[in-house]
Design a protein around this ligand. Structure first.
Ligand SMILES: [Zn+2]
Length: 448
């Protein structure tokens, strides 16, 4: 049983208390009082939400990239950008708003509204932390991750990934450093530049089709795909509101075939584009919860976004269906020679199992336990990548710091929530839909 399901049971019980038949004569007075109290706390939360949106937009003026998405009224953004408060004043305002949420939360009984309050509280704590960081405060990797993203990472020692390296060694035997051999071997699976558009279009269409079969999407949804250069990330979704996204793919480094479905699911369906659409549809439009129209990057919302986007690849393409789609559909479109065995997919799976090392390397680097050249060298060794790709990975850590936990740890947490008790595939999709359509915090994913 998980927290979200438990809360819905509480919701049913509470609804029964307030409106059920057979209530004693004295109860309607209490029920009326409850309704008034609920309306008052909803109003309080709406006001807090409006202040949070303004606050977030103002913080965004102090750090490029802080606001990942905003699609509320443009005049609000213009006003915030015209006269932003300074960081110290914003910090005080954030803390005052946290106290207001605490006060309002005590008067709330509706389970979903309670989760809304908890969500606002966690987002504000992240804003407080980021404001402190902007003013020079440095936290340890684990503290920073917990304060910004709502979960404390427990990292594995690098040596625990060595057995995976041994398996990879057996798959790609030969002379010289293992990372060089793996890179050289995988080069045969590079998508030629002139085939990128067609291959990605086909991949995204399949991610969309599989997601649509389980999660209803707004009829007018759309995205635009663009290829860019000069970034520290490999793909990015800019959600623009009204169910539209701009998806960018970085072509600084050769793009391998596996990126097509990975990116189609992660940035598109059932990843970032779908999550943002469901939040806009279910929370902003249907409930008027304006806080979901702004998405500050350094916040618990990112663990849910990256975790669901990464896990979405396996959800949409379980077991051998990813390899089958790549072999039967995408390799011919990309004009990549189809391999006669499955060593390519075995190798990718082993590389993924070793990829948790990235978090440990980021922790050691950001906590000052290792220097940058060592971080690059360890990235080459454990992520099995070229010096250039290792450089890009460490540049990402330089720029986004503890944000890296959102991928691996987020995926693990979403997977545990969705697959708890080995449910049917339909139930797995229902749980996924719940995560991306409700105010979900990392703590909501923890199984009791
Ligand atoms: Zn992402």
């Amino acid at each position: 049983m998980n927290r979200v399901i438990s809360l819905s049971l509480v919701a049913a019980a509470l609804a029964g208390c307030a409106t059920g038949p057979g209530e004693p004569a004295a109860r309607p007075g209490v029920a009326t009082l409850d309704v008034r109290r609920t309306a008052a706390s909803a109003k309080a939360l709406d006001e807090i939400a409006a202040a949070y949106v303004r606050l977030s937009l103002e913080i965004g003026t102090h750090e490029p990239g802080y606001i990942d998405a905003y699609y509320g009224p443009p005049e609000l953004q213009k006003a915030a950008e015209a006269t932003p408060r300074d960081k110290q004043t914003l910090l005080a305002a954030t803390r005052a708003l946290m106290a207001e949420v605490d006060l309002a939360a005590r008067r709330i009984s509706d389970p979903l509204a309670k989760r809304r309050a908890a969500f606002l509280r966690a987002q504000l704590r992240a804003a407080e932390t980021r404001l402190l960081m902007m003013q020079g405060t440095r936290f340890t990797f684990a503290d920073e991750a917990e304060r910004l993203f709502g979960v404390r990472p427990r990292l594995q020692p690098l040596a625990s990934y060595d057995p995976e390296l041994a398996k990879i060694e057996a798959l790609v035997p030969g002379e010289g450093p293992l990372a060089d051999r793996v890179e050289a071997w995988l080069d045969a699976f590079t998508i030629p530049k002139e085939r990128l558009q067609k291959t990605f279009d086909a991949a995204i269409a399949r991610c969309r089709g599989r997601s649509m079969a389980h999660i209803a999407m707004p009829g007018n949804e759309s995205f635009r795909l663009e290829f860019v250069t000069g970034k520290s990330w490999s793909g990015y979704n800019y959600y623009q509101g009204s169910y539209h996204s701009l998806i960018e793919v970085n072509t600084d480094l050769p793009i391998r075939l596996s990126r097509a479905l990975d990116l189609g699911c992660h940035e598109g369906y059932p990843g970032h584009h779908l999550l943002n659409m469901k939040l806009e549809e279910k929370l902003v439009k249907e409930r008027g919860w304006t806080e979901f129209g702004v998405y500050p990057l350094y916040s618990p919302q990112s663990l849910i976004a990256e975790g669901s986007a990464n896990y979405g690849i396996d959800l949409a393409f379980p077991e051998s269906s990813k390899a089958d789609t790549e072999r039967d559909v995408l390799m011919p479109i990309a004009e990549i020679a189809v391999p006669s065995d499955d060593r390519y997919w075995q190798l990718l799976a082993a590389i993924k199992r070793a990829s948790g090392a990235r978090l440990t390397i980021a922790q050691q680097y950001l906590d000052g336990e290792i220097d940058r050249p060592t971080a690059v060298a360890l990235t080459q060794k454990y992520m099995l990548v070229s010096p250039k790709r290792a450089e890009q990975s460490v540049s990402f850590t330089d720029q986004y710091r503890s944000y890296v936990i959102n991928y691996g740890l987020g995926e693990t947490m979403v997977r545990a929530f969705v697959e708890r008790g080995k449910p049917s595939r339909d139930e797995m999709w229902r749980r996924m839909a719940k995560i991306v359509s409700e105010p979900t915090l990392p703590s909501d994913l923890l199984v009791r």
